[in-house]
Design a protein. Structure first.
Lengths: 554, 630
């Protein structure tokens, strides 16, 4: 029996949405309440049911019967029995373990629904050590173990219904402006509002923390500021580098009523103590010696924050993981475009910062004009003859480097720059020698890790203000750098097969503007760089981008 | 009634022994005038069975047991009495079976054809209307369930995985590709398929890896799901017509939808007899392994759907290709892409390795391109084409013939000239880009080329590297050929067209017998035959005794001895013996007397034919059973 509906529910708990079906939008609106978007290529989007997504749904009052009724309604084929069972099983686990306050403020109380679960918890060493038996259905738990117990219980398939409201930090009243300081009209876009709503909910238990996934250039910073405004509290923003810190500060100043006195920078250069602080992951995880403590991590734990924003949360470094687990009482939001980590620790990000609350397909925002229409090209060129033998006898790493630094790429860059005489162009690469060579050849400014922050700021500013049309940048510009007018990116080399790097680099040119954007990846033909390039492109391919391949005889 | 049918009837009767023939003729036509003229008598009998009133009377006296036996014969074809009793022994007692089957012969509903029972050809059409599957395989209604089985789509996926992994060993992650299949079942199916296809040289193993014989895979995939299952189920069967057996088995299962174990055994055993296939209990496992049956209290039959037309291919930017339905014959998708998931939406993924594998197996880029263009509707991914084209170009840059001739592009030639690790294997330079290499060190120089970043395909035309020697497998070829002709055959319906009414005897005949001027023996004989439903016309009430003594018991020692004498040495008559502690059905072999004149019956106990000697005085009751009419 087959219905003319847009959804196919597969037995592996993935849900395939035919985006060309006339009812796909309505169907998607239902799916996002209890599924996670996995990939969104141009024809068939994949959503997945997971324990976390179902528990999140349950915590928002979306129960198994509702989910099944929607799936029955939308599914082209009967919903597989195994999927029905999974939904019912997972959804009914919600509420079997409840975390609430106790008479003693340094302890929380963990209630379990049945003796069986009670016994199981005590039989698990990693869990039992965190608990003190109160009676046959309740345990006591030291308050700083709140994150850890949730993590451990999720591992054994029991979500915790955490009914302890998050702490409201010190009040910091401010609003978003209707017109920016720069004089441009400003408003929060509908999907940005939806993202904030999805995270904050009714501000009751179970809400106020999570991860928001939005494409590069779609205004994640605005979502962060909107959440800050809604909570109006003391806020810490953690981001990837100093330039991004300055960008956050200038954005906050430009678009909110907060003043310079209220916003501080906490970096290697400056250590300000204000009601809103923007810092880097780097400074938090800095330690003078390998075995010593992290002196600046206290900024996280002892700052009495009402809200912590983890910008580019996929970059969350390991030391911050543990601290984040202890910060369960604080409103927290992770922002990212590419929740893919080559180390596969995406799930830990979800469990510590919070589950994915909002995600939107890139091509949908592109169609709505909220991010620029981008055309991706892979330009393939041959290795110069004199490099063929060194390449042939090189190790894998040497091969990749030889291919990446192919001298002929210079000619390609030249031709591409000529092809786009009116565009603002970023030339991005991995290897400094190669980048310096390009910069020298064209007489262009270059930004690398060793470029002083002041110089970087100056160059970025010149680029934004149109004084400098072409910038050569290393991987320091991969993330969080907002260059609104950049419309062409030429990638001459990259970090092996990093999918997020590719997406983030494309993201540098996705700010909506009056012209299309072009992303060029220059790759040496018949080399290992081709294979790494194919891997790098996977994430974007899953978002619906396809690369046009050009073979150049240079 | 057509002449052929009448002739068949006459022929069958003509083969009967005199004894049986006249027994039947007398029953239906009364006392016979001497001298006997058999053809005339047979013609009269034929006329009798042509009378509609006669036929209706006979049909009205059918009961549920008759229906079981009739359905059995309609399903499994002509059977001997022994075969019938053997098949139905779980449902009825042996003695009862013998009596009732004998009775059907007395009533001339069944006739013997060289020892096997067939429908009376004059009644066959009418009798068939009372036949159905339910009386044999359970009255409970079942419908086939949507459950996964070893379909051609599964087989495609299997081939794709073997090509990808270079082995056909089940491991846990295989389950991810087939999420609709229950794990244990999938493991069994996957392993069994691997074993069978290896045995048939479809999967070719060498020391390093498994490869596929693509001609054979194509041949297998030209079968429908139904035909494929027939082929797989028949793989270990021995006998005359294993494929036909499986065809009938599958067809019947598809009709009944489900049954219990007893019924399933009956079905398999009956069809084994019909198609002369050796019965094996492993068939239960086979049916379960290939997903035809699942045990859930009762056996549930998977619906073997006809091929569902495939939707257009959906080629997405992440190079996944997906569709619903079943690929048509000759489809090549599985040859150049790797299975991602087999579910409602079947998904394959194009990778560099999958395409190179396709090139190695002699598919080329134009074929793949044409296939994709023809089979997809929504906008084509030009980037994918470009990538495939370039891969093809790169693949063609280096060609190795017979493990010794290296024909390559300038770039590779440059390596041969300048890399000592390569040039040491070079015997001669024919042209700047064609070299004669050492065949005995092919592995070594191939590896050097690969390390240097070259894309090296399989050796062409010779068999030392990837392409292994192809073995013809005549059994497989022949079986595929035969399987291709199979299609689900029609079976009896689950419910009969006509149902048997509650059998009632014609009381007017009973009264006529009671009033008739008859001797005691004649009356008893007639009443007995009336009860046995062999008398249903007034014209049959004729003073005669067909069965002089039918039973004797208690203190009637002489009666018992006479009955034993009457039966001794006659193969068509059995005796039912009641002893104090048991009941036996025996064939009386001989009656002997002790010096004290005590009668001893030497008899073969049915159905084992174990010979026993029984003192007649110990037999509580002896009853004559005429069971075999030939």
């Amino acid at each position: 029996m087959m219905q003319d509906t847009p959804l196919i529910v597969q037995s592996d708990k993935t849900l395939l949405l035919d985006v060309h079906h006339e009812q796909s939008e309505a169907c998607r609106n239902d799916l996002v309440r209890f599924c996670e978007l996995v990939k969104s290529p141009e024809h068939m989007h994949t959503y997945a049911l997971s324990a976390i997504s179902l528990w999140n749904a349950s915590s928002c009052g979306v129960d198994a019967s509702f989910i099944l009724s929607r799936l029955d309604y939308w599914s082209k084929f009967p919903v597989p029995e195994s999927v029905r069972f999974y939904i019912e099983d997972m959804a009914t686990r919600w509420g079997k373990i409840v975390l609430s306050g106790s008479d003693d403020p340094s302890y929380y109380e963990l209630w379990v629904e049945s003796k069986r679960i009670w016994t199981e918890l005590l039989n698990r060493q990693a869990i039992a050590k965190l608990l003190i038996v109160k009676d046959e259905s309740r345990f006591l738990l030291e308050s700083y173990n709140r994150g850890e117990i949730k993590l451990q219980l999720i591992k054994i398939g029991y979500p915790v219904d955490d009914r302890i409201p998050l702490n409201h930090g010190p009040l910091l009243p401010f609003t978003l402006r209707d017109t920016t300081l720069g004089g441009k009209p400003f408003f929060v876009r509908p999907y940005q509002k939806q993202a904030a709503d999805a995270l904050l909910g009714d501000l009751g238990p179970g809400s106020g923390f999570g991860t928001i996934v939005l494409p590069c250039g779609s205004g994640k910073t605005v979502v962060g500021m909107h959440i800050m405004e809604r909570l109006s509290t003391k806020t810490l923003v953690v981001t990837t580098n100093v330039a991004a810190v300055h960008q956050w500060i200038s954005e906050i100043l430009d678009k909110t009523t907060l003043s310079k006195d209220q916003i501080g920078e906490y970096t290697g250069d400056k250590k300000e103590n204000k009601e809103v602080i923007v810092c880097t992951y780097q400074v938090l995880t800095y330690r003078p010696d390998k075995e010593g403590p992290f002196p600046h991590l206290e900024l996280l734990t002892k700052g009495n924050w009402g809200l912590i924003i983890y910008d580019e949360v996929h970059m969350l470094p390991a030391p911050v993981f543990k601290i984040t687990a202890e910060l369960q009482a604080v409103y927290r939001v992770g922002l990212t475009a590419t929740l893919v980590r080559e180390d596969g620790r995406e799930d830990e990000v979800f469990s510590l910062v919070g589950p994915k609350r909002f995600d939107v397909p890139w091509n949908e925002l592109q169609q709505q004009g909220f991010i620029a229409e981008a055309y991706c090209h892979e330009v393939r060129i041959d290795l110069p003859k004199e490099q063929e033998i060194p390449y042939a006898i090189g190790t894998k790493r040497e091969k990749y480097r030889i291919a990446s630094e192919n001298k002929r790429k210079l000619e390609v860059v030249q031709a591409l720059v000529d092809r786009h005489p009116d565009d603002f162009i970023l030339i991005i690469g991995q290897y400094l020698d190669q980048l310096k060579n390009i910069a020298n050849h064209f007489g262009l400014p270059i930004i690398t890790g060793s470029t002083p922050n002041i110089k970087r700021e100056e160059l970025y500013r010149d680029f934004r203000e149109g004084k400098q049309r072409i910038l050569v940048v290393s991987k320091v510009a991969n993330f969080a750098i907002d260059l609104p007018d950049a419309s062409v990116a030429i990638q001459v080399s990259g970090t092996f097969g990093s999918r997020s790097e590719e997406a983030q680099r494309l993201g540098r040119i996705l700010r909506p503007k009056n012209r299309s954007s072009f992303f060029y990846s220059v790759v040496t033909r018949y080399s290992s760089e081709e294979e790494f390039a194919a891997n790098r492109q996977k994430f974007l391919a899953e978002q619906g981008y396809s690369y046009e391949i050009e073979v150049w005889d240079t | 009634m057509n002449e052929r049918v009448q002739e068949t009837f006459k022929t069958l009767l003509s083969r009967y022994s005199e004894d049986t023939y006249f027994y039947l003729a007398r029953n239906y036509m009364g006392k016979l005038q001497s001298p006997f003229h058999k053809p005339q008598l047979t013609a009269k009998l034929c006329q009798l069975f042509n009378q509609d009133s006669m036929v209706q009377k006979m049909l009205s006296m059918l009961d549920s047991f008759d229906q079981v036996v009739l359905s059995l014969l309609a399903t499994f074809g002509p059977l001997t009495v022994e075969q019938i009793t053997s098949l139905l022994k779980g449902s009825f007692s042996y003695g009862n079976l013998l009596r009732r089957v004998g009775n059907l012969q007395e009533r001339m509903i069944l006739l013997s054809d060289a020892g096997r029972l067939v429908f009376n050809p004059l009644l066959e059409d009418q009798l068939l209307q009372y036949c159905s599957l339910r009386p044999l395989f359970g009255e409970e209604e079942h419908t086939c369930v949507e459950a996964p089985y070893c379909s051609t789509e599964f087989l495609r996926g299997f081939f794709s995985l073997v090509a990808k992994e270079g082995k056909c060993i089940y491991h846990e992650s295989i389950a991810n590709y087939f999420p609709t299949y229950e794990h244990d079942r999938l493991k069994e199916m996957y392993q069994a398929l691997g074993e069978y296809l290896t045995e048939m040289d479809v999967v070719v193993r060498d020391a390093r890896r498994c490869t596929l014989d693509w001609q054979k895979t194509e041949a297998l995939l030209s079968l429908s799901d139904y035909q494929l299952l027939c082929l797989l189920l028949a793989r270990n069967l021995e006998g005359t017509a294993p494929l036909e057996f499986v065809n009938a088995l599958l067809s019947t299962l598809q009709t009944i939808g489900g049954c219990d174990t007893t019924a399933l055994k009956l079905l398999i055993k009956g069809l084994c007899i019909r198609y002369q296939v050796t019965y094996s209990a492993s068939l239960f496992n086979e049916l379960s392994t290939w997903g035809v049956l699942t045990l859930d209290e009762n056996w549930q039959v998977s619906a073997i759907n006809g091929t569902q037309q495939r939707t257009a291919l959906l080629i997405d930017s992440d190079q996944t290709i997906s569709y619903q339905g079943d690929c048509p014959k000759g489809d090549i998708l599985y040859r150049f892409s790797y299975l991602e998931v087999l579910d409602h939406q079947r998904k394959y993924h194009i990778t560099k390795e999958s395409v190179l594998g396709a090139f190695d197996s002699s598919l080329d880029y134009p074929q793949i391109k044409e296939y994709l263009e023809t089979n997809s509707t929504r906008g084509m991914n030009t980037s994918l084409f470009k990538q495939l084209e370039m891969l093809s170009e790169r693949y063609q840059n280096v060609t190795i013939y017979d493990g010794m001739v290296l024909s390559c592009d300038e770039r590779t030639a440059n390596l041969v000239h300048n890399l000592s690790s390569l040039s040491e294997h070079c015997l001669a330079t024919l042209t700047p880009t064609i070299f004669i290499m050492r065949r005995d060190s092919e592995d070594a120089w191939r590896q050097v080329l690969k390390n240097a970043g070259q894309l090296i395909g399989a050796t062409k035309s010779f068999d030392t590297i990837e392409i292994l020697e192809k073995k013809e497998h005549p059994i497989l070829r022949e079986r595929i050929g035969r399987a291709e002709t199979l299609k689900q055959c029609s079976t009896l319906p689950c419910k009969p067209k006509k149902t048997v009414e509650k059998m009632s005897l014609d009381e007017s005949i009973r009264q006529a017998i009671a009033k008739a001027d008859l001797s005691k023996a004649e009356r008893e004989d007639l009443e007995h035959r009336f009860q046995n439903r062999t008398i249903f016309l007034h014209s049959q009430i004729v003073p005669q005794v067909l069965n002089p003594i039918l039973e004797a018991g208690g203190f009637d020692y002489q009666g018992k001895v006479s009955l034993c004498k009457q039966a001794a040495g006659k193969k068509d008559i059995l005796l039912e013996l009641q002893l104090p502690d048991q009941e036996l059905i025996v064939q009386a072999l001989e009656l002997a007397f002790t010096p004290q004149k005590e009668a001893l019956l030497k008899a073969a106990v049915m159905p084992s034919m174990e010979v026993k000697i029984l003192p007649v005085s110990k037999l509580f009751l002896i009853r004559l059973v005429r069971f075999h009419f030939a």
